[in-house]
Design a protein around this ligand. Structure first.
Ligand code: ZN
Length: 209
């Protein structure tokens, strides 16, 4: 969906966090560069992860607010694959925005921009699922459970916000190195790299994983 301004609401309390956090963080780390590649993005918009977005009158899983150049994604009670599909869809709206292709009707069902976002998201997910079929079995992120992945569970831990920042700030060489580390299952070095680029100190339990 596309909104000119952000609809009122939303509930963002760091109350409780989901159980599949580590897996989702890893999944997201592999998804983001793949999505940027297939959508054709050199940079990312601001991305905000929340448990729920929209309001009771207009609940939605994701939205790109072109007045803010910000993408909002809902995480609660959703299958990780669906969350990533939403991100791919909204990133396509970001690309449309950078090409000045969004207008007041872009958010309407059946608009060319909406159709393109759906089609591109479908392509991105086909590539992702083919490359990483093991993630298709990932369980939904449950709102009531302990660890929600957008926030670090403790100071210095790595979450999807840190990864988003990494992909916003890292040089192409650093991103390439990060992808290679993950491809070789060297998460420890990959997370250390995020730490170096962002200048944050990760909790010892993270770097020793
Ligand atoms: Zn849309």
């Amino acid at each position: 969906m596309v909104f000119l301004k952000r609809p009122l609401n939303t509930s963002m309390r760091a109350q409780e966090f989901a159980p599949n956090k580590a897996k989702f963080v890893e999944m997201f780390a592999k998804f983001l560069p793949l999505a940027m590649h297939h959508i054709g993005l050199k940079r990312l918009p601001k991305i905000v992860f929340e448990k729920n977005i929209g309001d009771v009158h207009q609940p939605t899983f994701g939205m790109y607010v072109n007045g803010e150049h910000t993408l909002y994604v809902a995480l609660a009670n959703r299958h990780p694959n669906d969350i990533l599909r939403t991100i791919a869809h909204e990133l396509t709206h970001f690309k449309q925005d950078t090409h000045n292709e969004l207008n007041d009707d872009s958010g309407t069902t059946g608009s060319p921009e909406e159709n393109e976002a759906n089609a591109v998201a479908g392509i991105v997910m086909r590539h992702f699922n083919k490359k990483y079929p093991e993630y298709l079995a990932q369980k939904p992120i449950i709102a009531e459970s302990k660890q929600f992945p957008q926030e670090a569970a403790y100071p210095g831990n790595i979450g999807i916000m840190e990864l988003t920042k990494f992909f916003q700030q890292a040089t192409p060489e650093q991103k390439q190195m990060f992808k290679e580390l993950l491809a070789h299952q060297d998460k420890k070095s990959a997370w250390k790299m995020v730490q170096r680029v962002l200048g944050v100190k990760l909790h010892p339990s993270v770097v020793s994983q």
